[in-house]
Design a protein around this ligand. Structure first.
Ligand SMILES: [Zn+2]
Length: 367
């Protein structure tokens, strides 16, 4: 009997050791994920307001900007292609942990801005499938009748049926519907202001000019987003008197020379500029790609703090479809300062190898 009891005791001890080992391994894995893996991939965000310009998982230019403002999670656009959804989701979920985007803005109907909202005909392929959206703000006008645009409308309307509010930017500016505001308070001293774009209620010759324009303010700092607004739209915006110097400007239309015109830049005198393109991607048929030299020259008068998301330049990609130039770019507005943190390098455009190989140094940047 004594021998049997001894055997039983030995077996129990083995189970206990095994249990401790499993717990230790699980804890080790959890600790690694929380303290090493997650931190390695998560860019630092301290402060009330941060803007995240994401790489979009392919070699196309497009926009998707995630903004954290106090407790609010905001997404402006979901380009560049439907395969960007996983990239956007994986990035956003590092910061947005409750599955809710308080505000979603779709600037205009081009697919490099709405593809991730439209998804495909299959289930669970749209950003709307993965988040509860509080308020959706989009463009009042479009000439588009593409499958992507029609799917966007279908998915947006389904989200509205499930409880989201939907306003056009014009309804926000005019405050013509209950809940539609010209200015949304997001946190202490942080506001999201919907600007008036002339082409909200006038016909434009270019789809890009229908873009929703938004100015975020943090105290006396301004952060400007104009989608793909081009020359005509910029001119009206400048003449409307709504512009002032900005801390940050997302270069209109991915750094195209059709945007960031000299008079417009004169009105906003940007301190920092982010260009959301896959540099040198010849998708618009000019064999040259964004950002255009003219845009760089125009911006160089005001700042050399210019950051570019990615490139597909074959001399730099080493066989890959694309690589990050600055990579994911995070601009943080903290109490005392505005800082930029990037996943690849914090170096500014003029110091990047891609720039030296592919563009000419503007005289304003020659020290
Ligand atoms: Zn675009």
């Amino acid at each position: 009997m004594a021998k049997r009891r001894y055997k039983k005791k030995k077996l129990t001890l083995g189970k206990v050791i095994l249990f401790i080992l499993i717990v230790a391994i699980l804890y080790g894995a959890y600790y690694y994920y929380q303290n090493v893996y997650k931190k390695k991939n998560q860019l630092p965000v301290e402060g009330e307001l941060s803007f995240h310009f994401m790489m979009l998982g392919n070699d196309h230019s497009g926009d998707s900007v995630y903004i954290k403002a106090g407790d609010n999670d905001i997404l402006i656009d979901a380009g560049s292609e439907t395969n960007s959804v996983d990239e956007i989701k994986n990035y956003v979920n590092q910061y947005c942990t409750d599955g809710k985007l308080e505000y979603v803005i779709a600037t205009h109907a081009d697919s490099d801005h709405i593809a991730g909202f439209a998804g495909t005909t299959k289930a669970n392929t749209s950003i709307f499938d993965f988040y509860d959206c509080g308020t959706i703000i989009d463009f009042p006008r479009t000439e588009k009748d593409t499958a992507t645009y029609n799917r966007y409308v279908e998915k947006r309307d389904k989200e509205v049926q499930e409880g989201a509010k939907h306003f056009t930017a014009l309804e926000c500016y005019n405050q013509s519907k209950e809940g539609a505001l010209r200015s949304y308070q997001l946190a202490d001293s942080v506001y999201m202001n919907i600007l008036y774009n002339y082409f909200y209620d006038h016909d434009a010759s270019k789809e890009n000019d229908y873009s929703v324009c938004v100015m975020f303010t943090h105290g006396d700092r301004n952060f400007l987003f104009t989608g793909d607004l081009e020359r005509a739209g910029e001119e009206h915006l400048k003449n409307s008197g709504q512009l002032t110097q900005v801390e940050l400007y997302k270069s209109g239309h991915h750094g195209s020379k059709t945007s960031s015109t000299t008079d417009f830049l004169k009105a906003i005198k940007p301190k920092k500029v982010v260009i959301t393109c896959c540099a040198a991607e010849p998708e618009y048929g000019d064999g040259y790609g964004f950002p255009h030299q003219e845009t760089i020259n125009n911006i160089s008068i005001y700042t050399d703090k210019v950051y570019v998301v990615s490139t597909c330049d074959p001399t730099l990609t080493n066989g890959a479809e694309y690589v990050g130039l600055n990579g994911n770019i995070v601009v943080v507005s903290a109490e005392n300062d505005v800082t930029v943190n990037c996943s690849v390098t914090n170096a500014v455009l003029k110091d990047l190898e891609w720039f030296r190989k592919n563009r000419t140094m503007p005289s304003a940047w020659v020290s």
